[in-house]
Ligand binder design. Structure first.
Ligand code: MN
Length: 150
C-alpha cells in the first residue's frame, strides 16, 4: 500500500511539474529596460512582424505588482493570459481582473493598461499587429488607478 501511495505521489508530482508555466516552454527573455512600466517585466518576442505576417507575438512575464503605463496600440492587440492574475483597464471603464485562460481583445486606438496583481506572477502571449505603427506610450498608472478594484 505504501508503495502504491508513493508511486501515486511521484506520478502526480511529475504530472504537476509538467504542466506549465509559460517560462518552462518559452524562455522568459530579457528584463525590459524601457521606461514604459513599473516593476519587473520579462519580454520574449517569439515572432517578429514581417511583410507577410505583419504582427508580433511575444511572451510577457510580470513580477507581482509590475504594470505597463497607459498606452495605445494603433492596430489593436490580443492578450492570451497563461499565468496568474492581473488587471486590464480601458480608459473610462472599470478595471477588470483577468486570470490564466482569459483572452482579452483590445480594439485599435483604445487607451488602456495591463499588469500583474500584487499577489501573483502574471504572464500572457501578446499578439500585436504592426501595420499601423508602434505602441504609443502615455502616462504612468497611478497608485489610485492600480488599487481601485470596482
Ligand atoms: Mn496593451
Amino acid at each position: 500500500m505504501k508503495k502504491i501511495l508513493f508511486l501515486v505521489f511521484v506520478t502526480c508530482s511529475i504530472a504537476i511539474s509538467g504542466f506549465g508555466q509559460t517560462a518552462e516552454l518559452f524562455p522568459k527573455g530579457e528584463i525590459s529596460a524601457t521606461d514604459n512600466h513599473t516593476g519587473t517585466i520579462w519580454l520574449n518576442e517569439l515572432s517578429k512582424p514581417d511583410s507577410i505576417l505583419n504582427y508580433s507575438i511575444a511572451v510577457a512575464t510580470y513580477a507581482p505588482g509590475a504594470k505597463l503605463d497607459w498606452h495605445i496600440h494603433p492596430a489593436g492587440q490580443v492578450l492570451i493570459i497563461t499565468e496568474g492574475t492581473g488587471y486590464y483597464q480601458e480608459k473610462g471603464k472599470p478595471k477588470q481582473i483577468v486570470h490564466k485562460g482569459d483572452v482579452i481583445k483590445c480594439s485599435p486606438g483604445v487607451e488602456h493598461w495591463h499588469g500583474a496583481s500584487l499577489e501573483t506572477d502574471f504572464a500572457y502571449f501578446a499578439v500585436t499587429p504592426a501595420q499601423k505603427g508602434k505602441t504609443i506610450w502615455l502616462k504612468r498608472v497611478t497608485g489610485e488607478e492600480y488599487k481601485a478594484i470596482k
